[in-house]
Design a protein around this ligand. Structure first.
Ligand code: ADP
Ligand code: MG
Length: 588
């Protein structure tokens, strides 16, 4: 049988940063399982005792090793996966440093059983430290089994440093899950103290996610699919409703390797902006495929950090791809938690699309505009339509089951989702939408005000002058730009949300408070002003709304942080469950 393991030349060694591979039992799990993957196994079994402190065993049905390779594999820098430094920069295997088995064997008792394909014998080698304590030949199945016993037996400090069994088991499960997620076509098994914790059959990613995290997660998965010349993105993000207070559901893989990247993580979180409650984190299972030459996985021995050549572009591609998927999802009803998964909406991702599709469609329609300027309104309408349909690349005649929407009493918008009817108050809903938009403006650094072609002049009363001096910083931060001279305000730019509205009236209304602004009734002055502006600008009861306007209200409301309550804490909508309706109809 040909031997394939070689010792790396010193120059290569020097270029590979040294470091510690084994911090805890979970690190051993990771290394052994990765070796089984590299050996092209289709079934991998992990057996653990006492959270790995007494035993970690990985059994696979992979390529196996020759007797000589088995011995070599325990030596430092012994690897079959790379031969020269260039290989480090185009790595396709999980391992390549040839360090793992050597490090593990120096701090545990290790036993290795392996049979190569077509070999007639199975070899067993046991090591204690670096001394061979057993060597024999038996008959068994093709593949490899590596048992790691008494981890850190000769490093008491490390052993004492380990956390409780519960914590160490958690880490082991994390390592196991990360690998199981990246290889759904491999069968995995995890047995702890004779109890089977996971049995994961060969399947696809979607099913693998549910077999690990439970069936409930399935209906919250939003598929990702994006291909550019730099990166291919696949996997799933989770609906905003499924966000958690912890980051436990965040999985990012590059070329099937689980990685941690604050930078890319930020790009993902940022795509959810405005969709999550304070303190909540989105969940995702994102797989990036990048040319191995454009990344460096050699930053740390545990290989969970990666350097990217083209970080900025990667950031924006990921960000827009997620926004895109969330956007597609936005147009489907959000409220129905019971509904069967509706997220398999296929959409063709554009080839080489780099354009950023915005879902924070500020297609804030304008109720005033219709009376004032029909042409503009037509334009705005088509903009909304484009935003909702075209940009999201959806063929409206296909697949998507739009909720039926209609207005009653010129006051309520009624819509349905799979299992309930939602009745919402148009004015309160619009107030909530505007309120969050203004609040966002007040904290966004890069507020873009819209310059007015014809600046507006307003003469102030003494009282208005005082009020203006009180609120000028806040309205400035929201995008109103003006100067005051001799009791005359000259407004030359306004927030884009109101650029096409009766600015003069709005501004005067802001200044016409009976007494000065009383922060006590609100969180802050900007909160108070956002409330006032949203009330002023919102569509009123009595106003007939076009279907597109009703749709825009529904879509935007349900991407608000708090869609249930108006800025002044009034209930915005009620839902009637089909179940409750059914109760009224005896024998239905
Ligand atoms: P690396 O994975 O970085 O090459 P390791 O110390 O983890 O280094 O493993 C050393 C070598 O042992 C590998 O290159 C591989 O040839 C061999 N090996 C380890 N585990 C297995 C396995 N489960 N099946 C087949 N070969 C293995
Ligand atoms: Mg390895």
């Amino acid at each position: 049988m040909s031997d394939i393991i070689k010792i790396l030349p010193t120059e290569v060694l020097n270029k590979i940063a040294a470091g510690e591979v084994v911090q805890r039992p979970a690190s051993v799990v990771k290394e052994l399982m990765e070796n089984s993957i590299d050996a092209k196994s289709t079934k991998i079994k992990l057996i653990v005792r006492d959270s790995g402190k007494t035993l970690i065993q990985v059994v696979d049905n992979g390529e196996g090793m020759s007797k000589n390779d088995m011995k070599m594999s325990f030596m430092k820098h012994a690897t079959s996966k790379i031969t020269k430094i260039e290989d480090v920069f185009s790595i396709t295997s999980m391992g390549f440093r040839g360090e793992a088995l050597a490090s593990i064997s120096s701090i545990s008792n290790i036993e290795k059983i392996s049979k190569k394909k077509n070999a007639d014998k199975t070899n067993i080698i046991s090591l204690e430290g670096d001394k061979v304590t057993l060597e024999k030949t038996v008959f068994s199945e093709q593949g490899t089994s590596i048992k790691v016993r008494n981890l850190f037996y000769n490093v008491p400090a490390r052993r004492n440093f380990l956390k409780s069994d519960f914590v160490e088991l958690r880490h082991i499960i994390d390592s196991f899950n990360r690998i199981a997620l990246s290889y759904p076509d491999i069968e995995f098994n995890l047995i702890h103290n004779d109890e089977e914790l996971f049995y994961l059959k060969k399947s696809n990613l979607r099913k693998r996610i549910s077999s690990i995290f439970g069936r409930k997660i399935d209906e919250n998965l939003i598929p990702l699919n994006e291909k550019t010349s730099l990166v291919k993105i696949t996997g799933f993000t989770l609906k905003p409703q499924f966000s958690k207070k912890s980051k436990n559901n965040q999985f990012l893989f590059v070329n099937n390797r689980y990685i941690k990247s604050q930078f890319l993580n930020h790009s993902i979180n940022n795509a959810y902006e405005g969709l999550l409650r304070e303190g909540f984190y989105p969940g995702y299972f994102i797989f990036l495929e990048i040319d191995p030459n454009k990344i460096d996985v050699n930053v740390h021995p545990n290989k969970t950090e990666i350097k990217f050549e083209d970080e900025q572009n990667l950031y924006s591609i990921i960000n827009s791809s997620i926004k895109h998927s969330l956007g597609v999802y936005q147009i489907t009803p959000v409220l129905d938690f019971d509904k069967e998964s509706s997220m398999d909406i296929p959409y063709d991702s554009h080839k080489n699309r780099l354009k950023e599709p915005s879902i924070e469609v500020d297609s804030s329609f304008n109720p005033f505009l219709e009376e004032k300027n029909n042409e503009n309104w037509e334009e705005l309408q088509s903009k909304i339509e484009n935003d909702i349909f075209d940009k999201k690349n959806i063929d409206i005649n296909q697949e998507i089951d739009f909720p039926k929407i209609f207005q009653v009493f010129n006051k309520y918008i009624i819509t349905t989702t799979g299992s309930s009817v939602i009745i919402l108050n148009q004015s309160l809903a619009h107030q909530r939408i505007l309120y969050e938009q203004f609040l966002k403006l007040s904290v966004d650094d890069g507020v873009k005000s819209q310059k007015l072609v014809f600046p507006i002049e307003i003469e102030l009363t003494k009282k208005q002058e005082i009020i203006l001096s009180e609120i000028k910083d806040v309205v400035d931060s929201m995008g109103f730009k003006f100067s005051v001279k001799n009791k005359i305000v000259n407004i030359n730019a306004v927030p884009p949300i109101i650029s096409d509205k009766p600015i003069e009236e709005i501004f005067e209304d802001l200044l016409n408070k009976n007494d000065s602004y009383n922060i006590k009734e609100s969180f802050s002055l900007s909160d108070l002003i956002a409330k006032k502006l949203s009330k002023l600008l919102s569509v009123k009861t009595g106003k007939t709304l076009k279907l597109k306007e009703q749709q825009a209200i529904i879509n935007q409301l349900f991407s608000c942080k708090e869609p249930k309550l108006s800025p002044l804490n009034k209930q915005i909508f009620v839902t009637l469950d089909k179940k409750d309706l059914d109760k009224n109809f005896f024998n239905g």
